[in-house]
Design a protein around this ligand. Sequence first.
Ligand code: 4AD
Ligand code: MG
Length: 463
Amino acid sequence: MITNYISTILRGGNPGDAVTVRGWIRSKREAKEFAFVDINDGSCMANIQVVVDRHVPNYDTIVKQINTGASIEVIGELVESPAKGQRFEVKASQVKIYGEADPETYPLQKKRHSFEFLREIGHLRSRTNTLSAVFRVRNACAAAIHQFFQERGFLWVHTPIISASDCEGAGEMFNVTTLNLKNVPLTPDSQIDYSQDFFGKAAYLTVSGQLEAEVMAMAFSNVYTFGPTFRAENSNTSRHLAEFWMIEPEMAFCDLREDMDLAETFLQYVFKYVMENCQADMEFFNERIDKSVLATAENIINNQFERLTYTNAIELLEKSGQKFEYPVSWGLDLQSEHERYLAEEVFKKPVILTDYPVEIKAFYMRLNDDGKTVAAMDILAPKIGEIIGGSQREERLDVLERRLLAQGLNPADYWWYLDLRRYGTVPHAGFGLGFERLVQFMTGMTNIRDVIPFPRAPLTVEF
Ligand code: 4AD
Ligand code: MG
């Protein structure tokens, strides 16, 4: 008896098997003496079709209750399906309804809904084909990421969410306050004193686990973080969230070239894993969301990324004759239109840009011998722009202290970070991959809010 997922039944079942299926009804078609229902349990893209006929006890009541959205258990027999496009169907002998769904009010009908509409019903949208495929691929990416690092002996470290330091020095942090809410109702017009800080000290939601990952790399050699990070940038774009997940490997005894090699191998590994483990979902995205999804995956897996310096990229952009909205010149940061132009139009594959001007990058990046650039690397992906940001870190105490001061930061606040350079410093490097941008890149989904189950962005906090 298989009492398992629909994916298991469709993959490993045989005609004549007794099966139990549990899930949510996607659609129903009624004839005079029987009804067909399609059931989905989230285990795969495919529904399983169930034939409910008059032999089923309480047929008349059941048939009224088996509407789209209802939750159901079917006990029956697996039979070969005469219908096209499916191998099996289930001939029901017993049907139990767990919860009905009123067809008049259930918001998900058997038609294509816009992603804007689905965002308004975030609590139900995972029951659609597209969103459920996205979250299966997201899960596979997470599994691949852990497997990649674990196979290579990296230690998964849990860095804090509440933090006192601004890793990126960009001042885009959410404040954490200690509130005494006893006897204060939590309504928009309550008189709450928001000025208190975290038990008497300033604290923020972390923008990156990198600095703490560096601490751990100075003891374990190779580590990675995988957790939520927060940015208080009020950007309403299709690539920014206020809460997103980041993967940050950090390697001791490692330089920028080895850092880039690892990032490239890493992305190729994750794409390969997802192509092998989520084939039907990837085919669905290719057919319904973006016709280049499969070709992009093959391109990533089989080709080396392009590598060039920031300086060469600027020359290329200046000579391109393209009309960009934002200016291009040495010393200015690249905008996503420039990044996308390089990856999509010029090289038609991911591009690793290196050696950015010191003024536009964070204090921790290692100063190059020219004194003007740092050992930074960004990976730019077609359609997305920056997907990874990384660097070799400044391991020299005196240079790091000067960099902190030059950026208006107080070295005393970073005493523990400087200690890592005082005691047993080593060359080291790492990078940060934006998890949602990876899932977007892989699935072809255009809006980042549709690749995370509960998006946090300006004006989108529903739960
Ligand atoms: O380039 P970022 O800011 O780099 C860091 O935080 C470094 N500490 C990483 C490191 O070297 N360990 O962010 C890294 C990546 C970006 O390339 C982007 O993919 C993603 O995080 N990211 C965002 N994703 C969604 N919404 C946002 N607001 C994001 N900001 C950055
Ligand atoms: Mg960056």
